[in-house]
Ligand binder design. Structure first.
Ligand code: SF4
Length: 329
């Protein structure tokens, strides 16, 4: 089993990308990078990581920031609950851990927004704790090399892969082992076009030898996506715009939006249509229409000066529309 770790760490030393969060053992910085990078491409995550590190040098500064500020900085990354949980976890660190960011995986899991994966990543990268990270890259690499077809999104699959990952991890170099297996999945054993011909595992890889590379890992069939129809209303008066705050539940919680009417099927409107777009989220497809309203419209919104608009966290689909519209008019 140690052969596996030696081999993949050796590959890592020769092929790793130089990323800023790899040059630190500061758990605060590693935590920021891990939360930002979930469901996000590295090049995009890098920009946000740099922005957050510049603004928040210490967990205390993040705990003291307003939710609106954090969400505005998060704008464009999606999955906004991550941004909200970031600030809540920072407050927890100040209140429950005396401002000292925890390094132990069990303690880390007490923080808002930190699950098994993030706790393992932060604990191993900051403190060399021997605990395996199991993310999408790790599932793919292990499923293919060992030819495992248990669906990865079932509790049995999670247990099986977690046990195998913890069996394979190096006792002496757990942090490097975890970095190596994730990097190998990101650069070599990629989802669509893995580099099998030159791969260090190609003689023993079960998936390659049995022609199953594209079939592994296996996922249980997904539930059908929910489809929603959003009518957003652009209402402008004296260089001010009417915005509403969304509720604290559901998508875009606590963010701001143009006054909204929602339907469960395509519906006509009496207002002038300005723009239509489809916005795809992981579990929902949103058909968004933007209308110009010049007459009466009932809303509990707030009037925001156009020059202050950038202080309000808006979902990216609304922000893109407004940027284009306001540039032209
Ligand atoms: S041989 Fe191909 S499928 Fe197997 S580990 Fe290497 S890149 Fe992945």
């Amino acid at each position: 089993m140690n052969d596996f770790s030696d081999k993949i760490r050796n590959w890592y030393r020769q092929n790793q990308r130089d990323l800023p969060w790899r040059n630190t053992s500061n758990p605060f910085k590693i935590w920021l990078s891990e939360i930002i990078l979930q469901q996000t491409r590295v090049d995009q995550g890098l920009q946000y990581y740099t922005k957050f590190i510049r603004r928040f040098n210490h967990v205390k500064e993040l705990a003291e920031a307003s939710e609106d500020e954090v969400l505005t900085m998060w704008q464009g990354l999606g999955y906004y609950s991550r941004g909200r949980n970031l600030r809540k976890a920072a407050i927890q660190v100040m209140e429950e851990f005396n401002g000292e960011f925890p390094k132990d995986s069990k303690e880390l899991k007490k923080l808002k927004g930190i699950g098994d994966y993030s706790a393992a990543a932060i604990a191993s990268f900051s403190n060399n704790e021997k605990i395996a990270v199991v993310d999408g890259n790790v599932y793919r690499v292990l499923a293919r090399i060992f030819g495992i077809d248990t669906p990865i999104d079932t509790s049995l699959g999670k247990k099986k892969f977690n046990e195998l990952a913890n069996l394979l991890i190096s006792s002496r170099f757990p942090a490097e082992h975890n970095q190596a297996i994730m990097e190998f999945g990101a650069l070599n054993c990629t989802p669509k076009k893995p580099l099998c011909t030159t791969c260090i595992f190609n003689s023993s890889c079960e998936a390659l030898n049995n022609n199953l590379v594209q079939q592994l890992p296996v996922k249980r069939r997904k539930n059908p996506k929910k489809i929603r129809y959003f009518h957003f209303h652009l209402i402008l008066k004296n260089q001010k715009i009417l915005l509403e705050k969304r509720s604290e539940n559901g998508i875009w919680a606590n963010m701001y939006q143009l006054p909204l009417l929602e339907f469960d099927q395509p519906s006509p409107s009496r207002f002038k249509l300005l723009h239509e777009t489809k916005h795809i989220l992981s579990h929902q497809d949103l058909f968004c229409s933007f209308y110009l309203v010049r007459d009466q419209f009932t809303s509990n919104g707030i009037w925001v000066s156009l020059s202050d608009l950038n202080k309000y966290a808006l979902p990216v689909v609304i922000n893109n529309f407004l940027t284009q519209y306001l540039n032209k008019h």
